[in-house]
Design a protein. Structure first.
Length: 165
């Protein structure tokens, strides 16, 4: 009798544990491609082109200390050999309290993009990224560059931002 009860309890536990595999998974869409150009140079991130920046670095402004270096980004080339900054993640994200429904949460990151031309010449631009999180997706929602809205997410489209300097 004890064996039958033990087998029955084991079967019930196994049945409930199998049902968890059918939970919805959350898709992640947070990779940003950032291009920087001007009217005379379509590739300001390529250090081999005269007049371009020689280096780029990201500095987190929400950390325990200001301007902590963010790692994990890289400078890559697209199919047209144009250099872009590939930023998958790395900066601290803070939750924004909102009045929207409980299934949607908004987060943001704030960091500086330091673009260096020489030992005495550099630009420090401000980037704010807003993320939207729902049970089905975590994605970039908006991006501001030096306080100006430059990107709003279009569902199904990549997160590509081009900055004109």
């Amino acid at each position: 009798m004890k064996l039958k009860i033990s087998i029955l309890l084991s079967a019930i536990v196994l049945l409930f544990s199998c049902q968890r595999d059918q939970e919805e998974t959350q898709s992640i869409d947070q990779v940003l491609k950032l291009y920087i150009k001007n009217s005379t140079n379509p590739d300001l991130l390529n250090p081999k082109i005269k007049g371009s920046y020689t280096s780029a670095s990201l500095l987190d402004l929400l950390g325990p200390k200001d301007s902590l270096v963010i790692s994990g980004y890289s400078l890559l080339k697209d199919s047209d050999t144009i250099t872009y900054l590939d930023y998958p993640a790395g900066a601290i994200r803070l939750k924004i309290d909102s009045l929207s429904n409980d299934n949607e949460q908004i987060y943001y990151s704030l960091f500086a993009l330091k673009l260096t031309k020489s030992a005495t010449s550099s630009d420090k631009d401000l980037i704010k990224i807003e993320y939207k999180s729902t049970p089905s997706a975590f994605q970039i929602s908006k991006l501001w560059y030096n306080g100006e809205l430059k990107f709003t997410k279009i569902p199904g489209q990549p997160n590509i931002v081009t900055i004109m300097k």
